[in-house]
Design a protein around this ligand. Structure first.
Ligand code: GLN
Length: 187
């Protein structure tokens, strides 16, 4: 049985664990760098990226996790998790893992769209998308694949072993995106 780590410092990690179990994968909560040696892939959940980023630092996880992702660890990031992966964050000096060659804008949909649901297409599959103070990608390197757009904004990308989303598939009943991650990226 495959094991997928779920970064469990802050945010919506329990929801991801439930979906992994439904799909026959064992979830492992990641709180320490030693946990990284036991996993076939990792999920970086939504939450608050500044809090998650400073906890990565204080728990001494930032550098080991960055190295694992650079070495090819399959990674699925949602919302704040995608901010952690991004090489650049608009209007912000502080950056974190920087393994994904994109620029991201935090809270990008504006105040009136604090949180909303939409239907979109992920590759060619229709999925429900839940956005909560969501970011979107404003610039991507040419070798980053765009998987989804909403109102012309890029909301899902893939770069080799990393899939990053603006929205929260773990808050819907639809396992499409977790299945995609498990079946196409987990080795
Ligand atoms: N707005 C949050 C941040 O910038 C992300 C929101 C989320 O993960 N739902 O960290």
């Amino acid at each position: 049985m495959k094991t997928v780590g779920v970064l469990a410092l802050q945010g919506a990690f329990i929801e991801h664990e439930k979906i992994l179990k439904q799909l026959g994968v064992r979830p492992l909560e990641i709180k320490h760098k030693e946990d990284l040696n036991q996993i076939n892939g990792i999920i970086l959940p939504g939450g608050e990226s500044t809090t998650q980023g400073s906890l990565l630092e204080t728990e001494d996880l930032l550098q080991p996790l960055k190295e694992k992702i650079e070495q090819g660890l399959p990674t699925l990031a949602t919302c704040a998790g995608s901010i952690l992966l991004s090489q650049e964050i608009e209007d912000q000096q502080e950056v974190y893992l920087q393994t994904l060659p994109v620029t991201i804008r935090r809270n990008a949909f504006g105040r009136q769209s604090h949180s909303f649901k939409s239907r979109g297409t992920f590759l060619s599959t229709a999925v429900e998308m839940i956005f909560i103070r969501a970011p979107f990608f404003t610039q991507v390197d040419p070798d980053v694949q765009i998987l989804s757009k909403i109102e012309d904004h890029i909301v899902a990308v893939q770069y080799h072993n990393q899939v990053a989303l603006s929205f929260h598939p773990e808050l819907t009943q639809d396992p499409t995106i977790h299945s995609y991650f498990i079946h196409t990226l987990l080795v």
